[in-house]
Design a binder for this molecule. Sequence first.
Ligand code: AVJ
Ligand code: FE
Length: 444
Amino acid sequence: MTDVRSDDRPTESLRDRIATELGRARDRSVRLTEAVDDDDLVRQHSPIMSPLVWDLAHIGNQEELWLLRDVGGRTPVRQDIDELYDAFKHPRKDRPALPLLGPTEARRYVGTVRDKVFDLLDGVRFEGRRLVTDGFAFGMIAQHEQQHDETMLATHQLRAGPPVLSAPPPPPSVRPVGAEVLVPAGRFTMGTSTDPWALDNERPGHPVDLPAYVIDAAPVTNAAYLAFVDDGGYADPRWWSGPGWQHRSSAGLTAPMHWRRDGTGWGCTRFGRYAPLVPDEPVVHVGYHEAEAYAAWAGKRLPTEAEWEKAARWDPVSGRSRRYPWGDEDPTPEHANLGQRHLAPAPVGAYPAGASPLGVHQLIGDVWEWTASPFLGYPGFAAFPYREYSEVFFGSDYRVLRGGSFGTDPVACRGTFRNWDLPIRRQIFSGFRCARDARPDETA
Ligand code: AVJ
Ligand code: FE
């Protein structure tokens, strides 16, 4: 296979595709880091986030480790800094005190690494080792940079001060979307064994049999979530799990992160701009505990990861699992709100072309969706190429999120893609939709 994209761009070679993806990722990293001055780059905007300059040099260091040293067998550019940019050696809160590369040095470092990667890319053969088959390591590094770009975008959202990022508003709603969709009982293929740039935790493809269930046709909106807030949902332990209630109480949660009550209603601050809540926009910046409490209040539950993926990929006509809700073609701006093209989720009904055959909307893009599932390996999981990407996080401490947000690049988003985080986290662009078991009268 020489072309990762399928039929839409048959003439673009794998080499060109890799160069394009690496270039797009770097353009975004540059945009996110040039938006602020040097003081701001080295400052820690939140104890749970790294300074932006750490993300930047870490991006370059991972690229050096995997592409230059491992794939290319080249001599190290800066072996002395590996330890500083190893995410497992230093917790985020300690990173500002490390002797990190300064902004100028970090920019020079990532540029040097990238020049050498392009030199390597010129002559590399995509065969032999599994690491290079179908350009996997290059795809992994493009995804890694984009993942850190989304993390840097989340850091921008936590940053105080006047706005420094801008983008056109998301498209308006153009179609009313129903409340719920019934997904019939039966087997589907979860995960993938064939998608060349799928990461280890998405593999292997395996059959999963699910009873009939009902899933929300769209993510939960600000208006719906506000009804929970107004109903005293944050003050009523009935809706919360034990650990959820404990966290709500100790953290003093009363609303999603960044919400603020003004004279007449609620608004939220987004990348330094305050605006009234948009009622039909998906709620964002809620943790797993909040999502779970809302679902209980609504008489529903969160979908499992398998339920989310079947709704997103299962084609009732062919019985196949597809890459995306709309089919196998790569996302376009008509399908989904991805790639930081906008700086907000789009209202429900803004992406009818991205809906699944069963009529489930906005599964991809807008907001990451919390699922009920702990982060575990699929049957037959094998860590590749390193345990620290996924395997060391397996267990019930983390919950899986699906679908990507407005800040997720298409290269790091697909129907099989799995994200995970701690249940208390809400600085990420996280929302959710609800599900429930089907009633016997609904499946007859
Ligand atoms: C998949 C988003 C949870 O940011 O911790 C970046 C991605 N892994 N560098 C993270 C990742 C290594 C990861 N998430
Ligand atoms: Fe990383």
